[in-house]
Write a protein that binds this ligand. Structure first.
Ligand code: HEC
Ligand code: HEC
Length: 380
């Protein structure tokens, strides 16, 4: 008997193995891992490559969900306000107001920012308090003077919808609606908002011409201010030689065709600032009244201007820069003409040329892009 035991054990083991193999043969194939369709973001050749976060690749389904959410009024406390209320595509995703009002009709203190080429940006909001687009898009929903809603409420509303759970499944492989996935989807949609087909872009790529005045305006944009040959002091640095230009390029950097350095500057709006700007984020007095340099793309359709919408027209903006702005402890060294006896020195003719150049940054294809418009109620 004792000798037979190992034999029986081997037989049993062989039988089990056979059954297991059989099972494997007949078992239905593993469900294929979830896979959304990669979204091919086509960037104009005069724009740099865009870094997409590894944990949130662009997918067709993710971008589509993000677009529905961007136009979704159930993201707000009264179900009447969407992101697009303040970020309208035809206005380069601004609202055309000096400062925005939320659902309770309480006016904020800041102007809605244009949403253009934000896939290149590393700081979000005028004060840069959000370090990523994914982090940024969560904030307007809970902001009491914007959409004034809670994310648990939003998740509940979307989960109860007939379509959203399926849209989340297509984009992220789960019917479980979740604020972080919603943020990922909206961030994906915003990364597709690329502007690079303005007359200026076509000119840069050798595909079209802009007027001689606009060309001259672009040249002025990239030249130092002050009378040609004049030594212009720069705080904390060596003086520069005046070139009779408009001195815009230091901050609205033109090299990569983005017209921003994605950094924070005090461009001399006030001698004693009301809004602490970047300073309230870093708690560093050296950052007081510094704001994110906005892009100048589509600038002719995004009036009024500055973080508080104080300038109604581009002429008022040029008046400000031409007069040199106000001195203050944190004013940017590149604002070189703040002392009362100095000014940038733009003649009326030069101002017209700068405006002609700024006009060439209006990208009609971007403003009217069908892929950015309201997709209507959510559908598969
Ligand atoms: C009530 C108007 C309003 C609504 C609604 C609104 N925004 Fe904004 N948005 C603003 C204002 C004002 C700012 C600047 C706020 C600041 O700097 O403190 C801003 C800034 C932004 C920025 C930063 C852009 C940059 O260059 O840094 C992004 C991105 C953005 N909003 C996306 C959204 C999304 C997505 C939604 C919907 C979830 C939304 N906004 C809803 C008014 C609004
Ligand atoms: C020292 C850096 C700096 C220089 C130089 C500079 N800007 Fe600015 N610009 C900024 C910053 C920062 C803001 C946002 C300031 C704010 O809202 O508080 C801004 C805002 C603007 C705005 C408003 C944008 C909007 O969306 O509201 C326009 C237009 C503009 N600048 C045009 C120009 C022109 C034209 C020149 C050259 C004559 C110029 N800038 C020179 C940094 C600069």
């Amino acid at each position: 008997m004792n000798r037979a035991l190992p034999v029986i054990a081997i037989l049993v083991a062989a039988l089990l193995l056979a059954v297991a193999c059989k099972r494997e043969e007949t078992a239905s194939p593993e469900p294929s891992p979830f896979a959304a369709t990669p979204y091919q973001l086509v960037l104009p050749s005069n724009l740099p490559p865009m870094e997409i976060p590894e944990d949130n690749p662009l997918t067709v389904e993710g971008v589509a969900l993000g677009r529905f959410l961007f136009y979704e009024e159930r993201l707000s406390g009264d179900n009447g306000m969407s992101c697009a209320t303040c970020h309208q595509p035809g206005l380069s995703f601004t609202d055309g107001k000096a400062v925005s009002k939320g659902i309770d009709s309480i006016a904020g203190t800041r102007s809605a920012m244009p949403l253009i080429n934000l896939g290149y940006s590393r700081h979000f909001f005028w004060d840069g308090r959000a370090p990523s687009l994914e982090a940024q898009v969560l904030q307007p929903v809970t902001n009491p003077i914007e959409m004034h809603e809670t994310w648990p409420n939003v998740v509940g509303k979307l989960q109860a919808d007939a379509v959203y759970p399926q849209l989340f499944a297509r984009a992220f492989g789960t019917t479980q609606v979740d604020s972080l996935l919603a943020a990922k989807a909206m961030a994906q949609f915003i990364r597709t908002m690329v502007s690079g087909n303005s007359p200026f872009d076509k000119y840069r790529r050798g595909e079209g011409l802009i007027s001689p005045d606009a060309q001259m305006g672009f040249t002025l944009f990239k030249l130092e201010g002050g009378a040609p040959g004049e030594m212009i002091p720069v705080a904390g640095s060596t003086p520069v030689v005046g070139q009779g230009g408009a001195d815009c390029f230091h901050c609205h950097v033109a090299d990569a065709n983005l017209f921003t350095d994605d950094l924070f500057h005090n461009n001399g709006l006030d001698s004693s600032p009301g809004d602490p700007g970047r300073g309230a984020v870093t708690n560093d007095p050296a950052d007081l009244a510094k704001f994110k340099t906005p892009t100048l793309r589509n600038i002719m359709v995004t009036a009024p201007y500055m973080h508080d919408g104080r300038f109604a027209t581009i002429d008022e903006v040029l008046d400000h820069y031409n007069a040199g702005g106000h001195a203050s402890p944190t004013v940017d060294p590149f604002m070189k003409f703040t002392s009362p006896d100095m000014e940038l020195g733009l003649t009326p003719a030069k101002r017209e040329q700068i405006k002609a150049f700024l006009h060439t940054l209006t990208d009609e294809e971007f403003l009217n892009n069908p892929a950015f418009q309201d997709p209507g109620p959510p559908h598969l």
